[in-house]
Design a protein around this ligand. Structure first.
Ligand SMILES: *[C@@H]1O[C@H](CO)[C@@H](O)[C@H](O)[C@H]1NC(C)=O
Ligand SMILES: *[C@@H]1O[C@H](CO)[C@@H](O)[C@H](O)[C@H]1NC(C)=O
Ligand SMILES: *[C@@H]1O[C@H](CO)[C@@H](O)[C@H](O)[C@H]1NC(C)=O
Ligand SMILES: *[C@@H]1O[C@H](CO)[C@@H](O)[C@H](O)[C@H]1NC(C)=O
Length: 140
């Protein structure tokens, strides 16, 4: 790489670093907003929380990360699969055991539409109300 190439490369690197650092602050300026609810009425500890979150065009997993930053009530764990992205294992420590007792986390758009894609593929729309609903039922 010549000197010019090297410096262009460095500028690009620097810009990438700045945009990552500003991400957390700049999303607050996005005009889109959604409501994110997590609900578990099936087993202890039961809970239901809702948050309003501003967002830009991005997959729902990024909004879940933001919710963790905003509120201690929104912890989650996930497993990453190369072909379909993140699969949510547990929310606030509550984990589904579908093969044992048909418990699982439904990914819904309010009031009760099951989203046909996962958290890495779902790009919410402005004013969406997205719900993770812990359920005990067939149909996973
Ligand atoms: C969460 O907060 C950390 C620390 O301030 C920040 O680095 C990170 O970008 C934030 N994540 C999101 C998704 O906003
Ligand atoms: C958000 O928007 C306001 C008004 O347009 C602007 O002054 C501010 O710098 C922006 N903040 C970020 C973090 O982009
Ligand atoms: C389902 O099974 C798991 C694992 O044994 C258990 O921890 C959980 O309490 C059970 N939930 C219900 C609703 O039966
Ligand atoms: C959520 O889970 C509960 C418990 O299984 C169930 O009764 C309810 O129909 C589910 N769906 C919605 C939209 O609340």
């Amino acid at each position: 790489m010549n000197v010019l190439g090297t410096s262009i490369f460095l500028v690009l690197l620097l810009e990438a670093a700045i945009s990552i650092c500003e991400d957390d602050k700049s999303y607050k300026n996005c005009s889109e907003q959604l409501t994110y609810t997590i609900r578990n009425r099936v087993q202890a500890p039961t809970f239901e929380y809702s948050l309003q979150i501003p967002f830009c065009h991005q997959p729902f997993i990024r909004i879940m990360e933001r919710a963790v930053n905003e509120s201690a009530n929104y912890k989650f764990t996930a497993t990453y699969f190369p072909t379909w992205g993140y699969f949510i294992d547990a929310i606030n420590g509550v984990k589904g055991f579908y093969t044992v007792n048909q418990t699982w986390w439904q990914f819904l758009k309010a009031p009760n539409s099951i989203l046909p894609v996962g958290v890495s593929s779902y790009y919410p729309e402005d004013r969406d109300h997205v719900i993770f609903n812990f359920t005990q039922s067939g149909g996973h």
